[in-house]
Write a protein that binds this ligand. Structure first.
Ligand code: ATP
Length: 464
């Protein structure tokens, strides 16, 4: 119970830090907000971009066997029929009879220890829900009376290119996942590059889902960004490549400085009919271990379906042995915002310093929104401000820097600690005479003097 309270408090602190320091804002706030949508503020967009940069580097830049793609959000509506989303991309929904809030039944069942996976039919879920009546309470009002469970399709619809009143009959969907854009471009990539199986296609982009419940801050939103890599293999090699990918993805999180004890594998017990194996990497969020990323072996389902629905043969001819087969796919799929939240939770630290408590984000330097904060010791001494501006102008071409002359140095340090800036640099009177500055390290608060002429080299050594 005490642990629960502590975790709730941690979540509240992170949400409040995100708002106060410009990481994350509720969408449309001046209009009262817009449920399950968030905006990323000045530091948030830096952190988010740094996460994506690291992901792209790990998944595309340093891999000879992976290329990138940026497919459009809108696609031919048949794609979503072929993928199974139109008929099957749904969550079980019920409504509380008292407060009318909608609940995700599988999540409520999970809370009382019943695993209601996606394979379970509506009849079965309704039966289990009824049998457990009384044990399941509405998260909003605490009552235990619900309507029957229905399946609710998560695809978000639009009237793109349809100028009639009844566009709803033939909607164009906003993509529910980015990987379909990869599958339908498989042949294009094959024909326009020199890629040979096994190879992967990676993409970062927005996805949209009509999520029934929208709690847990940016963990589950209706508009979100995915970072996905789909790897095409020979059927015989699928599981070998899958094991390699699992290990690679686990190590990626360690490379971001996430503590290994806060990560764990979750194996899917009841697989969808086409899947060979499915694991999620879970992170220990303040609300418990929850899915950060899915690493799945999908067999030949995706390309087979798109071959069938498009009438185009998407099989692959291996020219080395004339073997023709439908490629099998293994995938890595992660939300940028779930990574963002995991990084913040992992880095959030409170330290006692004398009578004071220091709040510091011990975020990996690669991810820090600002790398170097530059201060003149006093703002009313033009010669110090001028010198500090000079240093700032020189460093900003290489590193994300921030100039701050507001408040005393202690306060400026605290502000930078809160956003995880690894280095603070102060220009003082000695700097004018001796040409050196004080550099203060975020984590141990130790200070050292470095010559201005050597700053670029110092930061290249310490930040690259
Ligand atoms: P969940 O079970 O939490 O709803 P999922 O299994 O439906 O997730 P996938 O379809 O496997 O998720 O999507 C891949 C990844 O995309 C997830 O691991 C997660 O990081 C991210 N993701 C999915 N849905 C959302 C969402 N609504 N908001 C933010 N990120 C999401």
């Amino acid at each position: 119970m005490a642990k629960n309270k502590e975790n709730n408090e941690l979540m509240e602190k992170i949400v409040s830090l995100c708002k106060r320091r410009g990481f994350v804002f509720p969408s449309s706030e001046i209009y009262g907000g817009f449920s399950a949508i968030y905006d990323f503020g000045p530091y948030g967009v830096e952190l988010s971009n740094n996460i994506k940069k690291e992901w792209w580097k790990a998944m595309v830049q340093i891999r000879e066997d992976v290329v990138g793609l940026d497919s459009a959000i809108f696609m031919h509506p048949k794609i979503w029929e072929a993928s199974g989303h139109v008929s099957g991309f749904s969550d079980p929904l019920a409504e509380c009879k008292k407060c009318h809030s909608r609940v995700r039944v599988d999540h409520l069942l999970e809370e009382i220890g019943i695993n209601a996976d996606e394979k379970m039919g509506l009849e079965e879920i309704n039966k289990i829900f009824e049998e457990n009546k009384g044990k399941i309470k509405c998260p909003s009002c605490g009552k235990d009376e619900f309507t029957d469970v229905k399946k609710f399709n998560l695809l978000v619809k639009s009237n793109l290119g349809n100028f009639t009143e009844d566009w709803n009959k033939e909607p164009i969907y906003l993509r529910g996942e980015t990987c379909q854009g990869i599958y339908v471009n498989f042949k294009n990539v094959l024909d326009s590059t020199r890629m040979k199986i096994p190879f992967g296609i990676a993409q970062i982009g927005k996805a949209f889902r009509n999520e029934i419940t929208a709690r847990q801050f940016i963990f589950r939103t209706r508009e979100f960004e995915q970072m996905e890599m789909q790897y095409f293999t020979n059927p015989d090699e699928e599981m070998k490549e899958y094991e390699k990918l699992r290990e690679y993805r686990w190590n990626f999180y360690l490379s971001l400085g996430i503590k290994e004890e806060n990560l764990k594998w979750h194996k899917h017990e009841n697989l969808v009919f086409y899947a060979k194996e499915a694991y999620d990497i879970e992170y220990n969020y303040p609300f418990g271990f929850s899915e950060l990323e899915g690493v799945h072996a999908r067999g030949d389902y995706d390309l087979t379906q798109h071959s069938k629905y498009s009438g185009k043969d998407l099989s692959y001819l291996d020219q080395s042995n004339n073997q023709k087969y439908m490629p099998h796919i293994i995938e890595s799929s992660v939300g940028t915002a779930r990574t963002f939240l995991a990084v913040l939770c992992d880095a959030y630290t409170e330290e006692k310093t004398g009578d004071d408590t220091r709040m510091v984000l011990k975020i990996d330097k690669k991810l820090a929104p600002v790398k170097i904060a530059i201060f003149p010791l006093l703002r009313n001494k033009p010669e110090l401000v001028r010198k500090a501006k000079e240093v700032y102008d020189n460093l900003k071409s290489q590193f994300m820097c921030e100039f701050d002359d507001n408040g005393n140095i202690g306060k400026r340090y605290r502000r930078q600690d809160e956003i995880g800036t690894p280095y603070c640099l102060t220009v003082d009177f000695d700097s004018l005479e001796k040409g050196d500055v004080t550099i203060r390290n975020r984590d141990d608060m130790k200070q050292e003097r470095i010559k201005i002429d050597n700053l670029m080299e110092y930061f290249k050594d310490n930040l690259s």
